[in-house]
Ligand binder design. Sequence first.
Ligand code: HEM
Length: 522
Amino acid sequence: MGGALLSFLLSYPEFILAAACFLAFAAIRRARDSRRLAAPVPVSWPVVGMLPFVVGHLGRLLDAAAAALPELGCTFMFRGPWLVGADFLVTCDPAVFRHCLVANFAGYDKGRDFAEMFDVVGDGLLVADAASWAAKRHLAASVFTSAAFRAFVLSTVERQTRRLLVPFLDHAGGGGGGGGVVELEDVFMRYSLDVSYTVAFAADLDSLSVASAAEPFPPFGEATRVTGEAVLFRHIAPAGWWKLMRWLNVGVERRLADAKAVLDEFVYREIANRRSRPAPAVAGGDDLLSMYMASPIDPAMSDQTLRDAAVGFMFAAKDLIAAALTWLFYMICTHPHVEAKILDELRSLHVAAGDARDAAPMVFDADELRAATYLHAAVLETLRLYPSAPFEEKEAVGDDVLPGGTAVRKGTRVVFCLYAMARAEGIWGGDCREFRPERWLTGSGGGKVRQEPSYKFAAFNAGPRSCLGKDLGLSNIKVAAAAIVYNFTVELVAGHVVEPKDSVVLHTKNGLMVRVKRRETA
Ligand code: HEM
């Protein structure tokens, strides 16, 4: 049948020409109609599909998607170039989030394509599906919810904030009366690497120390950075392209292979070191590797499982925390009244504690910050507008129909656009684009933090696959933010433009250049 059709079309090329003209005219009409809409929407052209929309908005795809999605009813099928199989469904509709991530969880997998793109985490939790995911999740939950591990994470956060972050900013801000200029996103990337490295391996990397901050990233940190870039490249480039590059071992794929070798060498050596110790000391600590090695759930855990857990943890936590801190400080710099309220709250906590730690600098711990509801609201509002993972993706396990009636065929990739959801008036109201921590607080005088359903505020994902480190991540952000706001003033360098980068983690395009100065009245 297919062969007969092909030979017919080849015998009468005018049919192909006529069909292409018809599709082109239809696309031109749709393109003209779309100009009447409030924002440009993608139009599917013959052969290239909606690729021109992507090319035309390169570098600002998230904002383009945020403007287009509400015009298209919040869900639409993105058509890639013909014959490349690059079509996918995009949505910012909370009802669709709820359906795919919560109600029909088993109907949507991460899928093999995602696992292959993110193969640096091996066969770990972040890419596993079905029964394999359930077993890994059970094991991970036993570690992440254990009191010993949580206490170790929180004490590490406080310790690294006190010994690395605050002294570094103090040093950077010591440049004359006007303070010093630093690129804060780089500071947060180093800080976050140092925290998660210690949490994973109970050793200090100190990439943010005053002495080493002028140095390039340590090889382990550089390997995680290169890997993030390569995963993004694999999301953007056609699969055949990056697979060919992988086969040829060139370009970004070659750098990825080198980065993986660095990660493997380090983690396997660490595992071997620990295995060579006498039995009672093999695990013994409260760091991630020790906790996994001592887990009664899988006493005969292979080295590869341990390696995948440790590397997966670095990717689950590190960059997401750094991105959240970066956008929080961009918001604080551009909303001085928010900074003033956070500072008031922290000062009242300090006074209420009545403690004797008047010797500056002050570092609050996670327990003390439990009462800092305004700071908590500012962090949530940052993650609403600038979710560290701006989109989530899944693959339909079978045919399905979404709320609203869109039919989904088996194998369709679904991209959940959190960044766009935050900017949809129908979902977050007319002031959705404003940074307003108050929207998270009940009552006019502050009070408690409001709960939003996870399918509407999906920064930590929704449903059974929700983030296992949500509370720890939030505490980490608050401890670092409180230490900075309380001890320093941070001002955006005049003329520096801060914009989101099209990326799997919401980094900035040009970093966050700020002037840091020791706060005189801290
Ligand atoms: C601002 C900080 C964080 C944010 C925004 C965040 C967000 C997320 C998101 C969106 C996912 C879903 C990923 C996916 O399925 O594609 C996730 C999963 C996960 N997160 Fe977090 N996370 C943060 C910090 C942390 C921390 C500190 C930890 C560990 C201590 C952690 C552990 C995990 C784990 C283990 C998963 C995998 C869950 C699963 O697949 O079953 N996260 N996180």
